[in-house]
Design a binder for this molecule. Structure first.
Ligand SMILES: *Cc1c(COP(=O)(O)O)cnc(C)c1O
Length: 386
């Protein structure tokens, strides 16, 4: 396993050893409930509140804007369900896109069953939507616009700054799923501007089962789980102190790394990967936008190739990739993102996503390019003719 090449950081990242170190005391001797009143427990409360300050600084927000959750999925659910159920009856319209993560898409579909009108914007062939598209769908009943920052399957970055300014000028709330961009590009909630924003710990070298919903203080959001009054009454349940401390440590590391050349080094390796794959006679095409994309993200289509056999053959060589979404790769269904971008179901089956991370080296990238040069012609020969 030592020379395993892990290129699936969009699915999950390893827990950074420094994050684990920060968490360990709260998994062992500091096991207290942060709401208890004795001295040691107050230490846990302090750790939670200091973590809230770190999360706020990471986003350029106020500590009271930060709600700790169990991950990106819960943050997306709380944003969409929370806003729509707190909105007045005449505001029952949600604008989102067809390329959102299922945490947003399936939540929007559930809201439709509850009488919410939902508009799903179609992306262009680069996997992007425009502010003009959003604007043309705004109605008197629009309560919320939800557009992701970086797409997990094709890496495209959305023009959230322009959409945020539009939403602000029309006095409509704006939610951003920034799970893929956190730690990759700086995120300042005032500059976007947005009212709600979702983050996930395990996509940024923090622990799984941790996340943040930034929600501008005072903005009406209805709690989605009833219970204790933790997290300003918006997220019931005993605080996951170790997880929260770990998430904050991950944010501090990400913040420090954003100030270094790490991102441009990742971008350089990604570009070697893209050029290496496209430069061989593999009939490959890049999916997503060529420039406006996540710095660690490369995604391709190989027409006439089954993505599954590509992944299996990469796996045999110790290379971990993905066909697109982590949760979709066990399925036969082609990606909803690629279909929305106009690719045929047959073409969408030949998808491959390779996402880089802190441990990725140039030699790993060169070995991956060489492996694809061998594997693609082999599996294309095996594919049943259409
Ligand atoms: C992974 C992911 C999520 C879900 O986050 P979890 O913490 O795994 O629940 C939501 N949105 C996007 C864009 C993601 O990539």
């Amino acid at each position: 396993m030592s020379d395993m090449i892990y290129l699936d950081h969009a699915a999950t990242t390893p827990l950074d050893a420094r994050v684990l170190e920060a968490m360990l005391p709260y998994l062992t001797e500091r096991h207290w409930n942060a709401s208890s009143l004795y001295g040691p427990a107050r230490g846990c409360r302090r750790a939670v509140e200091e973590s809230r300050e770190v999360a706020a600084a990471f986003l350029g927000a106020r500590p009271s804007d930060i709600i700790f959750t169990s991950g990106g999925t819960e943050s997306d659910n709380l944003a969409l369900r929370g806003v729509l159920s707190a909105a007045p009856p005449e505001k029952r319209h949600l604008i989102t896109t067809r390329i959102e993560h299922h945490a947003v898409l399936h939540t929007a579909q559930a809201l439709e069953l509850m009488g919410v009108r939902v508009t799903y914007l179609d992306p262009d062939r680069f996997g992007r939507v425009t502010a003009e598209q959003v604007e043309s769908e705004i109605g008197h009943d629009t309560a919320l616009i939800s557009v992701m920052h970086g797409n997990n399957e094709v890496g495209s970055l959305q023009p959230i700054g322009v959409i945020g300014s539009l939403a602000r000028s029309r006095r409509i709330l704006f939610h951003v799923d920034a799970v893929q961009t956190a730690g990759q590009v700086p995120i300042r909630v005032r500059e976007i501007p947005c009212d709600l924003l979702s983050l996930s710990g395990h996509k940024m070298y923090g622990p799984k089962g941790t996340g943040v919903l930034y929600r501008r203080t005072g903005l009406p959001v209805a709690e989605q789980m009833t219970g204790g009054d933790q997290e300003f009454g918006l997220r019931a349940g005993t605080e996951n102190v170790a997880g929260i401390v770990g998430l904050a440590a991950a944010m501090e590391l990400a913040h420090a790394e954003l100030a270094t050349t790490a991102a441009s080094e990742t971008r350089r390796l990604r570009d070697i990967l893209i050029a290496g794959v496209l430069g061989q006679a593999l009939d490959a095409r890049l999916t997503g936008h060529p420039e406006l994309r996540l710095p660690n993200h490369a995604s391709f289509l190989f027409p006439g190739v089954e993505g599954e056999s590509l992944l299996l053959n990469l796996d045999l060589r110790g290379i971990c990739g993905s066909s697109g979404a982590a949760c979709a790769s066990g399925e036969i269904e082609p990606s909803h993102v690629l279909l929305a971008m106009g690719f045929s179901p047959a073409d969408a089956r030949g998808a491959l996503r390779l996402t880089l991370g802190r441990g990725t080296t140039e030699s790993q990238i060169r070995r991956t390019v060489a492996a694809l040069g061998q594997i693609v012609p082999e599996v294309r020969g095996l594919a049943t003719p259409a």
